[in-house]
Ligand binder design. Sequence first.
Ligand SMILES: [Zn+2]
Ligand SMILES: [Zn+2]
Length: 181
Amino acid sequence: MSLKLLIHELRETTADRTVKLTLPSEPIEFQGDIFTAVKPAVLEMHLHPEGNSIAVTGSITGEWSLPCSRCLQPTRVELDCTFEDMWPMSTDDETAEDFYASAYIEEDKTILNVTEYGMEVLLEHLPMRSLCSVECQGLCSACGANLNFEECNCGKRDVDPRLAVLGRLLNDKGGVRDGTT
Ligand SMILES: [Zn+2]
Ligand SMILES: [Zn+2]
């Protein structure tokens, strides 16, 4: 269920208001990674009417699991960020164009879908990449071994990487039937 606010109500209100909600916890696909929620994200916002706008100060917290960008083992990222925004309440205002064209403004500019808005803010603040540890050794680019747990011989032989690839291709070929015999 999405939390929705009526824009005409926002426009008329003069009192401050606090909004708190849990964002949907389904996996998020972002920059080629899948973020799986460990703790659902919580959005909290303080809305303060200011002239023709509403000043928004908010925070988002949450925790996700995603593959380490070097070794691909599952690792966790936490988010605890704050943000500020300004919601223009007049549709005539030129600067309001982007706001009223957003995906979270619905039903002919009468409804602000707070859940959608929160997801958008969340995507702006998610970390781009994450490492299981700053010392992560990653995977061997030649044989794919996880160098955090095992050693491979690729690095030690000090081969030209282009030759290594060729060697691997030749090895692979030996195990494949080509259908001509
Ligand atoms: Zn790693
Ligand atoms: Zn290797």
